[in-house]
Write a protein that binds this ligand. Sequence first.
Ligand code: SF4
Length: 336
Amino acid sequence: MDLETLRLRLRAAGAGPTHERRILRLWSNALPMDSGKRRIEDFLPAGLRAELPAIEAELQGLARIASVHPGADGSERLLVALRDGQTVESVLLPREGLCISSQVGCAVGCRFCMTGRGGLERQLGSAEMVAQVATARARRPVKKVVFMGMGEPAHNLDAVLDAIALLGTAGGIGHKNLVFSTVGDPRVFERLPREHVKPALALSLHTTKPELREALLPRAPRMTPQALVEAADAYGRASGYPIQYQWTLLEGVNDGEDEIEGIVRLLSGRYGVLNMIPFNKVDGLDFRRPSWERAAGIARTLHQRGILTKLRQSAAQDVEGGCGQLRARSVIRMSV
Ligand code: SF4
């Protein structure tokens, strides 16, 4: 279900704009429909009251937690079952953050990603994205939502932007705490500046070399790292939210002196921060994780050269590693 279908359904049952806003606010915040000063039964028109239990049941059925996998860092990796039996991953992050998925699978095919190996299975509807937030909020508070789970948000752009628009209004999430994460796509750089709710932007860069990027991200749009950074930088300055440049560190692939020089050339003076995340081991992939000392040395050098760099572990990395592995394991488990 997408949010527009839900809105049409509410309107057909007699909802006015105020009823609609209130129902969407309660749902996306995981609050019971009868909460608030005015009881919903007194507030809604009779037709809508009669339909509400069915609508509520349908919304609750959009996403349910199939399994919970706590990490040592306070995060929780959630395997979320959708109505058609498909599954996606969400991750509850420390400090009230949530990472959600925008697609089942992904077509970009990044060589170091488990999700990319299986290709795209289907798009998520905008309501299924909001449902991941509502489901997570039923477990603990969520004040930041990052679209960094399974899928490439640029490949499901209208639905992702609809979900962001709702989360940034009725959903009560601050706009700078909504993070659109992409490998970079001209459509994203065109659309985001025109949106009413403008999210922060994370750009998966991974290398400064155009040919290596094409090899690592085979079906990402053919924009050079230079063009990507220029487009992202313009959006960062226009939105007021620094760009989060993402870099998965792969030993012997993108951790050399040449890349350090390339980063200094590319990111000096840019409005953003570089997040370096050492690769998580994935069974069946040949990439290696550099030692923490090596990664820390790179981050230190970049800092000394004037690039704001943060070295991070990916959340819940002790639990089935990176994006897509939990689902892959569950699919394997289900299929044996
Ligand atoms: Fe898709 Fe992200 Fe995986 Fe690349 S890293 S294949 S964009 S899910």
